[in-house]
Design a protein around this ligand. Structure first.
Ligand code: SAH
Length: 230
């Protein structure tokens, strides 16, 4: 199977690339894509750069140009749920765009006509992840992830996102990748390790924990790749 693994930042895919002795490198549409084989699978790996637009480009290219049949996102996020501590893993059950606002026309926050507020991730991939978490004795949280083109470092904004979308974590790429995969009919999975709590301390925590949290997520994603059937 052709599996896409993407992150937003270099730090999110470096721990994945480090596992492979050799890969090919392609430049396309402002990104670098790495391809290699892993067991029975062919992989295409890339980081998109931050935000909804760049991540949508990368996901689209992985599917259309590289023929990805499934997409796994690995990265870090700000935690909303009090249960989520720095370094904890959350897989998205569904994702939404917290910064979409055409409420002036009577639509709910996050809604775009002919779309939906939430896009669900693939349930088979979630089940696989849940099995792996048990086998590895890891606490894997499942919940709603809210995406927007903002680094949230405000208790007020975070509370609004929690209240409006019932979200457990927030970041800047998941929902746009979900939108691409959903529209192309590609099963996808979004995993995030918590790097900060999206409050006043978020910037400092993010810088401190980006690398360690990105590694936690990458390690889990590699385990998933091993166990995805051909
Ligand atoms: N330090 C970087 C910017 C990081 S933006 C620089 O200066 O270039 C934050 C990245 O981590 C995004 O890719 C986003 O998906 C994720 N993220 C982690 N914590 C976040 C938060 N509190 N708010 C929004 N995104 C967050």
């Amino acid at each position: 199977m052709k599996i896409a693994i993407m992150g937003a930042m270099r730090e999110e895919i470096d721990p994945i690339l480090e596992k492979f002795e050799s890969y090919k490198t392609f430049e396309y549409a402002g990104n670098v894509f790495y391809t290699c084989t892993y067991g029975v699978h062919e992989l295409v790996i890339a980081y998109s750069k931050i935000g909804k637009v760049f991540s949508a480009i990368t996901a689209s290219v992985m599917i259309e140009r590289f023929g990805a049949q499934v997409l796994l996102f690995s990265g870090v996020a700000g935690g909303i749920s009090k249960e989520l501590k720095i370094g904890d893993l959350i897989m998205a059950s569904a994702l939404c765009q917290h910064d979409v606002d055409i409420t002036a026309f009577g639509h709910p926050y996050g809604f775009i006509p002919e779309g939906s507020v939430m896009i669900e991730t693939d349930s088979d991939l979630r089940s696989l992840a849940a099995e792996i978490a048990v086998d590895m004795s890891i606490d894997l949280y499942e919940g709603i992830i809210a995406t927007g083109d903002q680094f949230v470092a405000s208790a007020e904004r975070k509370a609004w996102i929690e209240k409006t979308f019932n979200a457990d974590a927030l970041e800047m790429e998941g929902a746009s990748v979900a939108c691409v995969c959903h529209n192309f009919g590609i099963p996808f999975f979004v995993l995030r390790a918590i790097s900060d709590s999206a409050d006043g301390e978020a910037g400092v925590d993010f810088d401190t924990f980006l690398q360690s949290s990105a590694q936690v997520s990458a390690k889990f994603i590699l385990e998933m790749v091993k166990r995805i059937g051909d």
